[in-house]
Write a protein that binds this ligand. Structure first.
Ligand SMILES: Cc1cc2nc3c(=O)[nH]c(=O)nc-3n(C[C@H](O)[C@H](O)[C@H](O)COP(=O)(O)OP(=O)(O)OC[C@H]3O[C@@H](n4cnc5c(N)ncnc54)[C@H](O)[C@@H]3O)c2cc1C
Length: 414
């Protein structure tokens, strides 16, 4: 049974990648998750995910997506890249949300670096990334002062980032703090956003930098213990007089605008990973209701159960179809891409959360037990509600994209 991204709409290459990812998930990821239900709760982040899981992902060719072929990566057909990302991420999400996030972060940052990093830095970092399956990358925007505001965006100086970068003697010096960063705890390479001109709005005054982990002044201060996606180590990083050479500036001033190559496929990836969680919850539930007997009959024969199951399947197909439409818009650079990306991210997060809640309900008491694994889907789905902007801020962005002249004006003083 394929619930999402109908086979008919996939090319031969996409079908092959879907098959490879599904085999990896079925052979490596799901058996690991099922056999180690308590492992995600280890409070030593380094001990949670065995290195072998990433090595197997590497062997299956799932780490090098987005990396230029010249550096050993797998460049997808640009005309269908977002759609292919969606297919692969859905499959990975079916295995584990945190692992999917860990890997997808590498694809997104690779696409960004391919677009904005100078050639000599690509030649330095991509081979290192490809050579080491445990090499992770992170993308640091969010700060204690906030994140969602960045995405409105209120393009005024008072909304600027607190993290500052100043230039002197051929070096940029970064000071500030980033929080809630995917792979932030264990990344080897960071893309960091900082204000470089406090007199203008964030769209003109934010620059991005490439910062290797071992740069003096960069300190990983903690791993956040999240309720879901726990195999991705979310972290906090401080920058204290952290100096990088001039050529580590990726985009000057207009970094947020240039990050579209990261965020548009990024929203597609969020929705796709999220869909994978929902599919897994449905698959487990479909099995359970055909085995578990109550009132003398297997659950599926009870009409209330059938209703819930139908609702879950309908939501999954709706998310799958919408995901396909939004991913196509990204690949075709359609005029309504921005709107669709935000819509599908929010729609998926709310629908899949409901799907996982139904899964929990249909499992009765089993649904709350750690060793059954259904509660994990609900926890994983909960995190998607506010990853990559909250639902409300995303809604605001949708309306702003639709009515740019009247929506989204700064809420503060004129
Ligand atoms: C698992 C996980 C992974 C993440 N990975 C990354 C990453 O890799 N890189 C990165 O940079 N960030 C990352 N984040 C951060 C994420 O993008 C932010 O948490 C998210 O954008 C919400 O921002 P916030 O936490 O500052 O919430 P806030 O902005 O403080 O929001 C709190 C509440 O206020 C509302 N709100 C905020 N501002 C306004 C406004 N102006 N008007 C009306 N309502 C408002 C929001 O809708 C929300 O309900 C991650 C977060 C999580 C949980």
């Amino acid at each position: 049974m394929t619930l999402a991204m109908s086979q008919l709409e996939l090319s031969a290459d996409q079908r092959l990648m879907q098959k490879t990812t599904r085999e990896y998930v079925d052979r490596i990821v799901i058996p690991f998750i099922k056999a180690n239900r308590e492992r995600e709760w280890l409070f030593e982040p380094d001990q949670r995910l065995p290195r072998s899981i990433l090595e197997e992902a590497d062997r299956a060719g799932l780490r090098g997506l987005g990396v230029p072929e010249a550096y050993g990566g797998l460049e997808l057909d640009p005309g269908t890249e977002a759609q292919t990302f969606a297919v692969i991420a859905t499959e990975l999400g079916r295995g584990d949300a945190g692992l999917a996030d860990k890997l997808a972060q590498g694809w997104k940052v690779s696409v960004l670096l391919r677009n904005v990093a100078p050639e000599h830095l690509q030649a330095h970092w991509f081979p290192r990334y490809m050579a080491d399956p445990s090499f992770l990358m992170a993308h640091c925007l969010t700060e204690p002062k906030g994140a969602s505001d960045r995405w409105l965006p209120y393009n005024v100086p008072e909304a600027n980032m607190d993290t500052r970068a100043t230039f002197a003697d051929g070096h940029w010096t970064i000071n500030g703090r980033k929080q809630y960063i995917s792979n932030g705890y264990d990344a080897s390479l960071y893309v960091v956003y900082a204000n470089t001109d406090p007199t203008v709005g964030m769209l003109q005054g934010t620059s991005s930098f490439l910062v290797p982990r071992d740069t003096p002044g960069l300190t990983v201060t903690r791993c956040n213990e999240t309720i879901g996606g726990r195999y991705m180590n979310n972290g906090e990083i401080t920058f204290e007089d952290c100096r990088v050479p001039e050529d580590h500036l990726l985009v000057r001033g207009e970094a947020l605008g240039n990050a579209g190559v990261y965020f548009r496929p990024g929203k597609i990836l969020q929705a796709a990973k999220n869909l994978g969680t929902g599919i897994a919850a449905f698959e487990d539930t479909a099995t359970f209701v055909q085995q578990h007997v109550q009132g003398g009959k297997v659950l599926i024969k009870h009409q209330a159960v059938a209703l819930r199951l139908a609702r879950m399947a309908t939501k999954l197909d709706a998310v799958g179809a919408f995901l396909h439409r939004a991913a196509r818009a990204v690949d075709e650079n359609a005029a309504d891409t921005e709107k669709l990306c935000n819509m599908v991210k929010v729609f998926a997060s709310e629908e899949i959360f409901d799907v996982c809640r139904d899964a929990l309900e249909l499992h009765g008491g089993h649904g709350s037990m750690l060793d059954v694994g259904i509660e994990k889907y609900l926890r994983d789905a909960a995190v998607y509600l506010h990853m990559d902007a909250t639902a409300d801020i995303s809604a605001f962005k949708i309306v702003k994209a639709m009515f740019p002249e009247t929506a989204g004006a700064y809420a503060g003083p004129e």
